[in-house]
Structure formats: structure tokens, C-alpha cells
Design a protein around this ligand. Structure first.
Ligand code: NAD
Length: 445
């Protein structure tokens, strides 16, 4: 059979595209070498959030005195946490299979390799069979980057995030190399379960891409709580569980290396003319590559490595392929992002620094989260922070950056304001329920 669309990779980009195109009646073949759901569902977002939730329950139980609750002999069972994580993932993977289970969608389990491509036809080999399609969508994702640090390769003490998630037992102590999103989420997990944690970050701050004031609230809290955060520290070498950085030696049972991810281009070697930038596939506003019938979505494009970006890219790409009117572009300026530390960080839109780079004159408003009654009631000892970046001339909302639980759950309201280009006066007309922490977005206006 000749398919309308062949998709390589069944993560959030691939399964979203498969669902949308097949439900529009187009014949689709989706190739996935592991389980559908990709990194996010199987070895990323969902398993980490499942474990983090377990850790938070334990941490809250042992830190509830401030709410007048004392619990004695609180213990946790890491094996039970891992089992629950596996069940959550299994159920969600089954749900994804259900979503793409229709007469127009064929799911093929195996490693797919592009054999040839013309402007009319792409041929793909998988499990010894050849598949033909008019269009190709590359959704092959990314893999953990292994930096060229001596002693990292074939060192059983060194983990990447996938190893850490699969571990049957907790490490007795851990050094995390890279204080980015993955590093700080794992630092949270281990710290809340009572494991000594050292974070080694090469740049002057952890989470260097986020608003520095918001990040400093987290860094101060974590340092006070006993997490050893070393910034401007370069790892020179690793030997077993020993890490040499800035001339000092640090030691732990395990070393988690989380210094970024790289686009996965395996199986695409036949697409010799595809345009790349720093090892990622270059796409236009509709996720089209430079090759007429080839699209790419998700981490492999190196745009913003987030599952919700991948899914939105897939919607836009399929819309473009199906020539849906009006054609929609992705609003990269209004993509929310969350770091699941405790407290959580959530942001959308540009930071003050990015506004300055773009020569945009801004007005910056700041408010502690304690201006929200619900926040006060539920976050004893925390102050939190909400920052809004406003275009000084147009008075439109350009960015919102927050720290404080549960800001991940209402950052979408701020995304809406940024996406729609709301002025502060327009955003002020939105009514937020009382008492909720989301009211901070109204208080700050
Ligand atoms: P990252 O880019 O967020 O962070 C990597 C960090 O490592 C940076 O702070 C960098 O300065 C530091 N670093 C690089 N080389 C170093 C070295 N040799 N020594 C010490 N520090 C070094 O990458 P990540 O944390 O690996 O995450 C990968 C991707 O996955 C990111 O794009 C992230 O957004 C995504 N992700 C998102 C979520 C979420 O949305 N909650 C969760 C996990 C991962």
C-alpha cells in the first residue's frame, strides 16, 4: 500500500500527527522501535512526575509540623514508588495506542530507516519490509548528550536520566552534573527522599535559561535545605564515583549526567540533502524541512525540547499537509514551560534579559505569591514570586515568570494572555476564582 504519510517516531509529535492525519481519513504508517509515547511517556516527563509525587508525599509527611501535624515513623518504599510509576506509564501508553487505533493508521514496531526519497515518494525499510509514502514526518526525538569528559564512558557509577529512572534502588549519595531542568528535577527527587545531593553547574547559575530572580528563590531554598549547589564549576574528569571539578574532588555513589540532549538522526542517512543546524533538522513555521515532502517535529528540530511543543508542531504540520485553511503557525513566543522542583517554576514568554536583547522597552512588575490568600494558607514559610514583563509602549503582556506551588497549573492562563497579545487592561477583565493561587495573575495587574 502507498501511504499518504509515514511517521518515524511515536512520541508526542509522532502519535499526535498519526492521530490527526488518520482521523482526517488519510492512510498513515507510524514506526516506533520502543513503546509509543516516546521519551516523555516512557523515560521522561511522566515517570519523573510519578516518582516526584511519591517523594513529595514523603517530604510533606515529614515536614508537616508547620501545619500542626506531626507524623512519626514515616517511611517510604522505593520499589513501590517504582511499581506505581510503571503502572502509570503502562496505562498512558495503552491510552495512546487506543487514540491511534483506527482503520487508517498502521503501527509498525521496529527501527525504521529511510531508503530513498523523491519529491513524489519516500521509501522506508523496517523489519525487512519496504513501505512507500507520499510524505514523511521525522519525529525521532533526542537522546541524552554524553560530554567528552574523561572517565564518563563505560563507568558503572555514571547514570543518565534513563538509568536513574530505571534504578531498582536509590543511590546512597549522588552528584548531578548539569543544573538544568533534568538536573534540578532529579535533585528534588533525591533530596526529598533524604539522599545527599551535590549539583555541579558550569554556568554562574542553575537553570540558566530562566528568570534569574525566580531561580534565586529556588537556589536559596535548596542551599538552605542542604543541597550542595556548585556553580561556575567545570567537571574535569570522573573516576568511578569521584568527580574532579575546579581542582576539587567530590565523591558519591552515583553520578547523574544531565547536560542536555541532542537530536536523534539515526536511520535518516539517506536524506543527504536535509538541512541541519547544529545537528538538528531545520524547519519552517509549518514544520516543513528544505525537502518538499519531508516534515520534522519535536526534539529532532532542536527548537524547544518540550513535549507540548512537539505535539503542537505535529498539529500544525498535519494542518499544512492537509492544506487546512486558515493555515496556522506555532506561537513560539507563548510556549509555557515548567520545572517540577518544589516549589515549582512556571514561565511563559520573554524574560527581562531577552526583552533587552530585542531592544523592547519594558515595564516589570513583581509580586510575592503571598499576595494570594490560598498561597498563604497552603505554603507555610514560602514567599514565592510572580514577575510580569510588559511592553512599555503597547502595554501588552510579553512574559510571566513564577515560582510557587502550584503555578504549573495556571501558567496556561498567562500563556493565553501572551498568545493573544492581551494588554494589561484586557487581561484585567479576566476573572480568576477565589481563593486560588492563580489570582496572583490578577493581583499583579
Ligand atoms: P538543559 O539544557 O536544561 O541543562 C543542561 C545544563 O547543564 C545547563 O545548565 C548547562 O549549563 C549545564 N552543563 C553543560 N555542560 C556541563 C558540564 N560539562 N558541567 C556542568 N554543567 C554543564 O538540559 P537537560 O536538563 O539535560 O534537559 C534536556 C532537555 O529536556 C531540555 O531541553 C529540557 O527543557 C527538557 N526537559 C524538560 C522538562 C520539563 O519541561 N519539566 C524536564 C526535563 C527535561
Amino acid at each position: 500500500m502507498r501511504y499518504f504519510l509515514a511517521i518515524i517516531g511515536g512520541g508526542p509529535a509522532g502519535y499526535t500527527a498519526a492521530e490527526k492525519a488518520s482521523k482526517a481519513g488519510k492512510e498513515v504508517v507510524l514506526f516506533e522501535q520502543n513503546a509509543v509515547g516516546g521519551t516523555c511517556l516512557n523515560v521522561g516527563c511522566i515517570p519523573t512526575k510519578s516518582l516526584l509525587y511519591g517523594a513529595k508525599q514523603y517530604y510533606n509527611a515529614t515536614h508537616a509540623q508547620k501545619y500542626g501535624v506531626t507524623a512519626e515513623n514515616v517511611t517510604f518504599d522505593f520499589a513501590a514508588m517504582q511499581k506505581r510509576k510503571t503502572i502509570v506509564v503502562r496505562k498512558l501508553v495503552a491510552g495512546i495506542k487506543q487514540r491511534i487505533n483506527n482503520e487508517h493508521c498502521t503501527l509498525v514496531s521496529g527501527f525504521a530507516k529511510v531508503e530513498s526519497r523523491t519529491d513524489e515518494l519516500v521509501t522506508i525499510e523496517c523489519n525487512g519490509e519496504t513501505y512507500e509514502a507520499e510524505n514523511l514526518m521525522i519525529c525521532t526525538g533526542s537522546t541524552n548528550f554524553v560530554p567528552p569528559i574523561p572517565g564518563i564512558k563505560d563507568n558503572p557509577a555514571v547514570w543518565d536520566s534513563t538509568d536513574a529512572l530505571a534504578a531498582a534502588e536509590l543511590p546512597k549519595s549522588i552528584i548531578i552534573v548539569g543544573g538544568g531542568v533534568i538536573g534540578m528535577e532529579f535533585a528534588t527527587l533525591y533530596h526529598e527522599l533524604g539522599i545527599p545531593v551535590t549539583v555541579i553547574e558550569a554556568l554562574p547559575t542553575i537553570l540558566p535559561n530562566l528568570d534569574p530572580e525566580v531561580v534565586s528563590v529556588l537556589a536559596d531554598k535548596y542551599k538552605k535545605a542542604g543541597i550542595n549547589i556548585l556553580t561556575e564549576t567545570r567537571v574535569e574528569s570522573i573516576d568511578g564515583g569521584k568527580v574532579t571539578a575546579n581542582g576539587e574532588v567530590y565523591e558519591a555513589e552515583r553520578i547523574l549526567v544531565s547536560v542536555g540532549r541532542r537530536a536523534n538522526l539515526n536511520g535518516l542517512e539517506a536524506l543527504k540533502d536535509i538541512e541541519l543546524n547544529r545537528g538538528a533538522i531545520v524547519i519552517d513555521d509549518f514544520c516543513k524541512t528544505n525537502l518538499p515532502n519531508v516534515y520534522a517535529c519535536g526534539d529532532v528540530t532542536g527548537k524547544i525540547m518540550l513535549a507540548h511543543v512537539a505535539a503542537r508542531q505535529a498539529e500544525v504540520a498535519v494542518g499544512r499537509m492537509l492544506k487546512q485553511i486558515p493555515l496556522q503557525r506555532i506561537a513560539y513566543n507563548a510556549i509555557p514551560s515548567v520545572v517540577y522542583t518544589n516549589p515549582e517554576i512556571a514561565s511563559v514568554g520573554i524574560t527581562e534579559a531577552q526583552a533587552a536583547e530585542l531592544n523592547i522597552e519594558t515595564e516589570v512588575r513583581k509580586l510575592p505569591m503571598t499576595f494570594s490568600g490560598r498561597f498563604m494558607a497552603e505554603n507555610e514559610g514560602e514567599t514565592g514570586l510572580c514577575k510580569m514583563i510588559i511592553d512599555a509602549k503597547k502595554k501588552s503582556v510579553l512574559g510571566v515568570h513564577m515560582i510557587g506551588n502550584p503555578c504549573s497549573e495556571f501558567v496556561a492562563a498567562a500563556s493565553f494572555a501572551v498568545r493573544m497579545g492581551y494588554t494589561t487592561a484586557e487581561f484585567e477583565q479576566v476573572v480568576f476564582p477565589h481563593p486560588t493561587v492563580s489570582e496572583i495573575l490578577h493581583e499583579i495587574l
